[in-house]
Design a binder for this molecule. Structure first.
Ligand code: SF4
Ligand code: MG
Length: 283
């Protein structure tokens, strides 16, 4: 069985020292090993942004897609090879701005994919502009007088879109994050894991200390029941979306793959042979 070290490759990440994304990479590698995967059983698909580099830093199948399009690619990978465990990842700008249409529909479609958002509440790769996750009043080069737009809550949107697995974590809490990724991989459907991942270079407001002061860990509520949708919505709103832990899980709804009728894996394998032999016209 592969250890987490076998999910490492020899590419050195070029994230800034201290970037939260390092821990997310480590958590994915640990979770993959903990659930018993081999590198060839995992595909990591990413979008564009500092976070998008992650698919190149993990020893597994990888696809670095285009801006906001990690989820369409990830869904295609999963439908083409259902034996693969598919993780999609990207930043808050990638998934909640240009990619938001895909995010909402991937949530309601409920393919068996884990989507990890590296949420630093800013655009890092383009050197610090306001993102949909930035707070009102947040000053950047794109909003020198402070953002006048409301902050988007991915947790509320996911819940209202019919999500079957909603979790949130903090890159500094490697134990919780690893456990949530493991649970997300095992969940038979679409799992959204939003991860607070500080951008130490451009976001001087939402720092590690700021998150530590503002996060509300669900461990504080031992009676919390993640299968209760109304309770989850209430808690998200009560905490201004700063909740961490497994917020909601619905295990009764079948995944998209399980609901497709007439699909046969053998037929897909046969089609693959035909395509590689260049017989498109016979399809
Ligand atoms: Fe991380 Fe920010 Fe540096 Fe990008 S710019 S690598 S998000 S610290
Ligand atoms: Mg970002």
């Amino acid at each position: 069985m592969a250890t987490f070290k076998e999910f490492r490759n020899n590419v050195k990440p070029n994230w800034c020292p201290g970037c939260g994304d390092f821990s997310i990479q480590a958590a994915i590698q640990r979770a993959a090993a903990n659930v018993g995967l081999e590198p060839e059983q995992l595909a990591v698909v990413s979008g564009i942004g500092c976070s998008g580099r992650i698919s190149g830093y993990i020893n597994a199948y990888g696809f670095h897609g285009i801006h906001g399009r990690a989820l369409p690619i990830a869904q295609g990978v999963k439908l083409a090879n259902r034996e693969l465990t598919v993780i999609a990842s990207g930043g808050d700008g990638d998934g909640f701005a240009i990619g938001m249409g895909h995010t909402v529909h991937a949530i309601r479609r409920n393919l068996n994919i884990t989507y990890i958002v590296m949420d630093n509440q800013i655009y890092g790769l383009t050197k610090g502009q306001t993102s949909p996750r930035s707070a009102e009043g947040f000053k950047t080069k794109s909003t020198p007088e402070g953002s006048i737009e409301s902050t988007l809550s991915p947790l509320e949107i996911a819940m209202s879109a019919g999500a079957t697995f909603v979790a949130q974590s903090f890159s500094s809490d490697l134990k919780q994050l690893t456990s949530l990724i493991e649970q997300g991989i095992k969940h038979e459907g679409f799992s959204l894991i939003n991860v607070f991942s500080p951008c130490v270079t451009f976001n001087k407001i939402n720092t590690y200390d700021w998150f530590k002061e503002n996060i509300v860990n669900l461990e504080q509520f031992p009676d919390y029941d993640p299968s209760n949708r109304m309770l989850a919505m209430n808690k998200i709103m009560e905490t201004n979306s700063m909740l961490t832990g497994l917020i909601y899980q619905n295990t009764s709804r079948k995944s998209y793959e399980d609901l497709i009728t007439g699909f046969k894996q053998e037929a897909l394998a046969k089609q693959d042979v035909m395509i590689t032999s260049g017989e498109f016209d016979k399809l």
